[in-house]
Design a protein. Structure first.
Length: 268
């Protein structure tokens, strides 16, 4: 809660957090690792970094994400004293980039218990700082040792991000194959599901027919639009296919009382 978090949420939305936006730009999950800091990158300790909060008489304005230190002087109105994000300055508060918790307890660099989506948020911010601010070096502590070599904690964070990006790319793929249906409910008419060429926010050449999709490992089903002609998804035009699109997919089920080829179903 609180204005800080709303500010963070707004900024996060503006920056188009998560990998979805990157995927839209033809982002390849294997490319996410950012260029490493220069070999002779400056190594800072936590005490030294804490002097860079941009106050009168201090040497500058820095912040760190996953142990990478950036000079954010250009963003002084956000990060300097009195700015909405001044809590991020002079420290590594990686966790807060994911959680929006700007209390002292939340402004920490422990990311070990975060969800895949939260790790992607941190990675998006790391990309943002790398693209918009000058790198200073590395923070000795959780993510880099006194020689500037990556620690086990950094390796784990990077593995978590890679895993999350893979998952994101797969769910993006799945949404292209099985776009969600349009749906509406009214007490008079019950539920109506229907497919169009833009349902689920996926623009495509076909509308498809509504089916229940069951995902291994998740409870219940949800309505998706399924291509009902041509070869199955991901199979090049082979003469062998039965011209039923993805209707033969094992995780799909028809809606009872709904014609198998109908583009809409009304369930009372």
């Amino acid at each position: 809660g609180g204005p800080m978090w709303r500010g963070a949420a707004a900024a996060a939305a503006l920056l188009c957090l998560g990998a979805a936006c990157l995927l839209d730009r033809g982002f390849d999950p294997r490319d996410w690792l950012l260029p490493s800091p220069p070999a002779r990158a400056r190594l800072l300790g936590a005490a030294e970094l804490s002097r860079y909060r941009g106050a009168e008489g201090e040497p500058g304005l820095y912040l760190a994400v996953l142990g990478r230190v950036f000079d954010v002087e250009r963003g002084r109105r956000h990060y300097g004293p009195g700015g909405a994000y001044s809590g991020l300055a002079g420290r590594d508060a990686s966790r807060a980039f994911a959680t929006g918790d700007f209390t002292e307890a939340g402004l920490v660099d422990d990311v070990s218990a975060l969800s895949p989506g939260e790790m992607l948020a941190i990675q998006s911010w790391l990309s943002f700082y790398s693209n918009n601010y000058d790198p200073v070096g590395k923070l000795v502590g959780r993510f880099y040792d006194e020689n500037g070599a990556p620690t086990e904690a950094l390796r784990q964070a990077e593995a978590a991000i890679e895993e999350a990006l893979k998952f994101q790319a797969e769910s993006e793929q799945r949404k292209q194959q099985f776009p969600p249906c349009n749906s509406e409910w009214s007490s008079a008419k019950g539920s109506r599901f229907w497919c169009s060429r833009e349902s689920g926010g996926v623009r495509r050449e076909w509308a498809g027919v509504p089916r229940k999709l069951y995902r291994p490992g998740s409870r219940g089903s949800h309505c998706v639009c399924v291509r009902s002609s041509g070869p199955p998804w991901g199979q090049p035009d082979s003469s062998q296919h039965s011209d039923r699109g993805d209707l033969g997919h094992p995780h799909l089920q028809e809606y009872e009382g709904c014609h198998p080829q109908a583009e809409q179903c009304v369930l009372t």
